[in-house]
Design a protein around this ligand. Sequence first.
Ligand code: FVH
Length: 284
Amino acid sequence: MATDISILGLGLMGSALAGTLLKAGHRVTVWNRSAAKAEPLAAQGAAVAGTAAEAVLASPLVIVCVLDYAATRQLLDGADLAGRTVLNLTNGRPAEARETAAWVTGLGGDYLDGGIMAVPQMIGAPGALILYSGSPAAFDRHEPALTALAEPRYLGEDPGLAPLYDLAMLTGMYGQFAGFLGAAALIASERRSVAEFTESLLVPWLHAMAAITPPMGTQIDAGDHATDVANLEVNRVALANLETTFREQGVRPDLLLPLKAIVDRRVAGGHGAEDLSALVEELR
Ligand code: FVH
């Protein structure tokens, strides 16, 4: 059984990766802990390996997409990684990626880490992005095949970079969801339509606000927090109004309070004239 790419882990994401690579014309070997998940892919033409070690031997590129890094290490343990590129698309921490890279290279393999910025339904479609870091030679070698999955973005040789950027992207996403959920609870407190509010007002507003974040990024890089938009004292008053309004409406302000506490602290420290970008100094 000699194939181009092996996929270990056939959950929702691993199955989407394997199906997309098959459609792109690659010869694919698959393996999953619960064998039944390989059946739909076998019907699409995938070879099914009996063990993880067999799947590793089958292809020069071995993609792992499982629950966590502990599972990754467990299933690769004992496999012959010499001459293989292991691409780990499992969500994890930068430290775990660096540790796994050292382990794989110690066994004679190349290591790439990846952060998938897409849900399974987006794989192979425009809008999907995968962040990569690790061996530059391995990335160059496999980039043409990886392009079938999503737009590839290579971040550098340090294997920890893909998870770092992945987690930073998820941090932005969770912040956005936290803001949405608080706003939705406030609108729902008056039995108004959250769907209508979200579509006609909130989303256009968030787009407008997103446009001012790149200049804030430039300020953070430069350590210059002067503002001609709205200073922290103005934001402190707005957040106090928000907290009181939430309580008056019978809505818990829990998602807002950590941000409010940081603004209050920065202003109390004598930095009320600064831009919101200055809060990053409190987080460092
Ligand atoms: N689904 C998504 O939208 C996100 C998008 C961003 C990236 N994530 C990450 O992808 C990894 C896998 O996620 P998933 O959605 O495929 O997850 P599940 O459908 O729950 O499948 C989990 C697979 O992991 C296997 N597994 C778990 N523990 C072990 C173990 N100890 N040894 C071997 N395999 C293990 C599990 O096998 P089984 O339960 O079917 O036998 C599944 O194949 C994840 O890091 C996301 O954060 C997806």
